[in-house]
Write a protein that binds this ligand. Sequence first.
Ligand code: GLN
Length: 483
Amino acid sequence: MHQLTLAEIARGLADKKFSSEELTKVLLARITQLDPQLNSFISLTEELALEQAKAADARRANGESGALLGAPIAHKDLFCTQGIRTSCGSKMLDNFKAPYDATVVSKLAAAGTVTLGKTNMDEFAMGSANESSWYGAVKNPWNLEHVPGGSSGGSAAAVAARLLPAATATDTGGSIRQPAAFTNLTGLKPTYGRVSRWGMIAYASSLDQGGPLARTAEDCAILLQGMAGFDPNDSTSIDEPVPDYAAGLNGSLQGLRIGVPKEYFGAGLDPRIADLIQNSIKELQTLGAVIKEISLPNMQHAIPAYYVIAPAEASSNLSRFDGVRFGHRCADPKNLEDLYKRSRGEGFGPEVQRRIMVGAYALSAGYYDAYYLKAQKIRRLVKNDFMTAFNEVDVILGPTTPNPAWKLGAKNSDPVAAYLEDVYTITANLAGLPGLSMPAGFVDGLPVGVQLLAPYFQEGRLLNVAHQYQLNTDWHTRTPTGF
Ligand code: GLN
């Protein structure tokens, strides 16, 4: 039963082949048995899961239906869940039980999902390897000596290991797409404003966006359907109708114009990944797509701009964790200053502290113009490059990452080496565009992802292309041995 996709689960439940309660018990047992190898969960919510599963079964018995009714999922541990620990991967929030549900959580619960638990993540979503979590690193089910990617590494490892069919995640600079690529999953970062950020603990508010991680594009469509939509509680949420994503999966790719940026294939890209990307291009051509070389000339400036803007916003967002309003409080403070200093010093790990310092520096008087303002100008140039490209093409295709998943610990002593791995993903966040990563093959037994980007609110187009590709390839069906 653990091999079933969300779409298959929906059919099985509708046909009464099994109940949500039965499925939930199978998956909870599997998590208990296998997760010690992976560390993909921070909290398990067995009681809540069984309660929700029974309620979903009752709703089905009463004639209700729905693709998510009775579907087991998990939430990245930065979505607030009422009465349940919401740690954000940090000691700072180890004892934080959220007083309310994030909009994503309440919307999915209303659709009938069953929450199995909260997944591990890089501390405050800062990282690309899930090694900055206070709860320990997550292992990649494809090779337990390698990282699963981050920051949504727990969601990715759990879904890849078939502990559950799908999970929520968030993407500030690639944290849905990069772990999807590293673990052979399909992950979608929606357009900024498509999914409510209310109750999603903020890292960099102008870049953060929640989205689905699953094995197939079809499942991403199903989960996104339950997450997307306008939310008056989020001032950056956009009041734009949500299309029927599943209904749009079967469009023909005949004549689809795919842009391949020449800058994507420069030094730094593993040539074996370049070959796999070429294969995926050929596959899409046989489905009718037309390939066009394009240029994104400002791409080279995106990493420095991102690593100014994201820390700047983080330094401001994380000021609330001071041991008074929110978060860990040190023992026996001598005075107010000592309380702030020690609470924050003890509560935040080294990567978070590094980013707060960089961000505060970039925003300080005298440096603001040189760093933050300059980075914002680059951000606009990056967006303009995309707008020019989308005058000529319908989607942009390239690698999701320059290299496959690295070994645990390999980049710990050099944070900049990890930052450079974000080169293909962060531009979509800077521009606010939707992006999807899907399985495209393997290098040394480790999965490789191909990334598709589309104009604003064209999530449906990305899912359509990915679904058609997955009907004609079998990379996404491969299962890691031992799971
Ligand atoms: N690796 C990037 C960072 O550390 C992106 C993380 C994310 O998307 N949350 O900022």
